[in-house]
Ligand binder design. Structure first.
Ligand code: FES
Length: 76
């Protein structure tokens, strides 16, 4: 199973075996770590991978999807 986790103010983290990272030009990038952390802040010098720059840039993602409340807040 592959799991994609959204870090609160950081990268997408992909946990799984044999993760392939392919960019929009079809170029495959070899992850150097497992799990794989993909930049979503735009500040990384090693895109598509996260290099930790999000912590210095003050990155804050868009608000979460209102149709999918965080775990524990759905009232169920
Ligand atoms: S999310 Fe970590 S550098 Fe962009």
């Amino acid at each position: 199973m592959t799991t994609v986790r959204f870090r609160r103010n950081g990268p997408y983290v992909i946990e799984g075996d044999d993760v392939r990272v392919v960019d929009w030009d079809g170029v495959e990038h070899t992850p150097s770590r497992n799990p794989v952390a993909l930049c979503r802040c735009g500040a990384s010098a090693t895109k598509p991978f996260c290099d930790g720059s999000h912590s210095k840039s003050g990155f804050a993602p868009d608000p979460p999807n209102p149709h999918h409340p965080p775990r524990g807040e759905s009232g169920r």
